[in-house]
Design a binder for this molecule. Structure first.
Ligand code: FE2
Length: 206
């Protein structure tokens, strides 16, 4: 580093979970959260550090790596691991114990302006989660000032399409298979009703 005020960004570190591993039970068990965070999320961090070492990406912050590698076939492994680190950190923050319920007023108004009702928004999120064939993510995003529901495959992120993530649900099987087996819809509905963190979502409006 030539500039000693620049934060050291490599190797990347696994961000702390915002709650204990058993905090989301019984909707998401401590077992699921333990494997998901401790094996999958950590695995992406370890892989990125190995892949980026000695390359032009070694000293870049995560979002810069994501932006620099998105859509580049020869950089797909670095993109996938960097994006999955970002996606998982965003997902942990999209959930909280005793979540669900009513969003803060400003978010609720915006949801109602886009979807009519909160229920319609939740239904659209569940539909996107179900329509995602294979692994991926369902998102509430801000797109040109309007809230929308989108889905992305594998590690893809909404930012590369110019959309601002508001809240996300991981629909990779590793997110729910220990608790729900093949019943993805049961997992998604339980998350939307009991865990989704509308406070975090409201903070992301700005
Ligand atoms: Fe995941």
């Amino acid at each position: 580093m030539s500039n000693d005020t620049t934060a050291v960004v490599s190797p990347h570190a696994l961000p702390s979970l915002p709650y204990p591993e058993n905090a989301l039970a019984p909707v998401i068990s401590a077992d699921t959260l333990g494997f998901h965070y401790g094996k999958h999320h950590r695995g992406y961090v370890d892989n990125l550090n190995k892949l980026a070492a000695g390359t032009e990406f070694a000293d870049l912050p995560l979002l810069e790596i994501i932006n620099a590698t998105a859509g580049k076939v020869d950089k797909i492994a670095i993109f996938n691991n960097a994006a999955q680190i970002w996606n998982h950190t965003f997902y942990w923050n999209s959930l909280r114990a005793a979540g669900g319920g009513q969003p803060p007023a400003r978010l609720k108004e915006k949801i109602e302006a886009s979807f009519g009702t909160l229920d319609a928004c939740k239904k659209e999120l569940a539909s996107a989660a179900m329509a995602q064939f294979g692994s991926g993510w369902a998102w509430l995003v801000l797109d040109g000032g309007t809230l929308k529901v989108v889905k992305t495959a594998n590690a893809e992120v909404p930012m590369t399409a110019g959309q601002k993530p508001i809240v996300t649900i991981d629909v990779w099987e590793h997110a729910y298979y220990l608790d729900y087996q093949n019943r993805r819809l049961d997992y998604v509905n339980a998350v939307l009703d009991k865990l989704i963190n509308w406070n975090f979502a409201a903070e992301n409006l700005d």
